[in-house]
Design a protein around this ligand. Structure first.
Ligand code: PFF
Length: 456
């Protein structure tokens, strides 16, 4: 493996944990998780989601990190390298491609949503939330969705922020940013949680999040829980594989993956525990309120706090920054591919992809207003379709292929070598789940989801 010597490797063991946590914790935890829980039956969905994380997400994440570290290149070339090493069919190389395509589509809509958080930073800082109630918060959010030029301005600003960090170097910039940001985000979440427990209906919120009624389960909810498990852990898109390729050999894969998975899940559950008590204590706000949930509840919290202007602005800024470190990880695999395969300069590769993602992102912007009633496929707008295609089709298929490939086709010797720091019984458990449990569950949930969408 000649390329292995040219490909950068992170100097510090902790860098992978920081970078992977930066990638995993983002809009998925704070914006998306609460609203899909709200739309899909509360505790029943949370339970399905947790099972998906444990039985599918974490085992597949370990497989993805392992592929990246073994291949020591960008996802497309890393998979190619490993496939050559184990003399399997070249068709497995599609794993890398599917990931890069999914990552690009996600990059396009992720930047639009992150733009909303930027707008909320400025509104909070101007004192725009002072004394706001549920109805005004909804009206403010809907006005933003209807304002194309504002949406495009913030989407562009966010993509420029992403380009900036690429210019200053991913590793140093990212590591410093995540080292400061993540603890700060965590502290603020704890403070908000305390406030929400004091000012909101905390018991109703907890009951909604953690009480399980089988009748609340739907096929759609199950399929969304699976897709979200991949999305929130940044799986199947090459991001974790790209970071895995920079991971030093003296780092245990399983321990690292479990740490990142726990931090990610903790942030999502905390976001839910901040938002739902407020939802239940505020007239005019419903748990099933959809993508606006975060933006229609938190302003009420900040509006009623003594120093809400500052806390609100800082909180939305932190969400933006968490989204920013996720966005960087979406860009990294494609940029690495263009530079390693076509000798692009890092900067020109980033600018090219950012421009293309901006163009595709315009379809998301228009889906929020002028194209709201458009029926692209099965009643979906282009934005809905982008989310469906990535989270419910490309990611599950990519993850399935990864689990089957690593579990059944990769030679055991290189596998064992990559996992040498993990105790034999842990390796054994992981390997069994990856071979027998994860692929079957992914396939069943994936097919049920498709059935529900197109035939149900
Ligand atoms: N995991 C991120 C989130 O939860 O917001 C989203 C994401 C980042 C998905 C990077 C995929 C990815 F490659």
């Amino acid at each position: 493996m000649k390329r292995a010597q040219q490909h950068a490797i992170w100097g510090r063991r902790g860098t992978f944990i920081l970078a992977a946590t930066g990638s995993a914790v983002g809009l998925g935890n704070i914006w998306k998780f609460p609203y899909i829980v709200g739309e899909n039956g509360g505790g029943a969905f949370v339970l399905m989601y947790l099972l998906c994380i444990c039985l599918i997400g974490l085992p597949v994440m370990a497989a993805e990190v392992l592929l990246g570290r073994r291949g020591r290149a960008n996802p497309i070339m890393a998979v190619g390298e490993v496939v050559r090493e184990s003399r399997s069919s070249k068709a497995w190389g599609l794993i890398g491609w599917a990931g890069v395509v999914a990552g690009f589509i996600i990059l396009s809509y992720y930047s639009v949503i992150a733009g909303w958080t930027l707008e909320y930073v400025t509104t909070a800082a101007r004192g725009g939330f002072a004394g706001i109630d549920g109805h005004t918060a909804s009206a403010t959010f809907n006005a933003l969705l209807g304002d194309v030029s504002k949406l495009v301005r913030w989407q562009t600003a966010f993509l420029c922020m992403t380009a900036l960090i690429i210019m200053f170097g991913v590793t140093r910039g990212l590591e410093t940013a995540v080292r400061i940001l993540m603890p700060l985000l965590f502290v603020l979440l704890v403070l908000l949680l305390l406030y929400s427990a004091y000012a909101g209906d905390f018991l109703a919120g907890l009951r909604f999040l953690f009480s399980f009624r089988i009748s609340d389960l739907s096929l759609e909810g199950l399929s969304l829980a699976l897709g979200h498990a991949f999305f929130t852990l940044s799986l199947g898109m090459g991001a974790i594989m790209a970071y895995g390729s920079y991971m030093p050999h003296n780092t245990s894969i399983l321990k690292t993956v479990i740490t990142v998975g726990c931090l990610d899940t903790l942030v999502a559950l905390m976001a839910g525990m901040v938002i739902f008590p407020i939802v239940f204590a505020t007239p005019g706000v419903e748990p099933g309120g959809g993508p606006g949930l975060l933006f229609e509840t938190l302003p009420i919290v900040f509006g009623g706090m003594p120093v809400g202007t500052i806390v609100g602005a800082v909180f939305f800024l932190l969400i933006t920054l968490a989204a920013w470190s996720s966005n960087i990880s979406l860009l990294e695999p494609i940029v690495a591919y263009l530079t390693e395969n076509f000798r692009f300069h890092r900067l020109s590769a980033s600018l090219l992809i950012i421009f293309l993602a901006w163009l595709l992102g315009l379809t998301t912007v228009y889906s929020l207003n002028h194209w709201q009633g458009m029926n692209m496929v099965a009643g979906m707008t282009p934005f809905d379709f982008s989310q469906f295609l990535t989270e419910q089709v490309l990611l599950p298929l990519g993850a399935l292929a990864m689990a089957v490939y690593v579990g059944w086709f990769m030679k055991k010797a290189p596998l064992r070598r990559e996992m040498k720091l993990d105790a034999t019984h842990w390796f054994g458990r992981w390997y069994t789940i990856l071979r027998y449990v994860s692929p079957v569950l992914i396939l069943v949930v994936f097919l049920l989801g498709l059935f529900d969408k197109f035939a149900g």
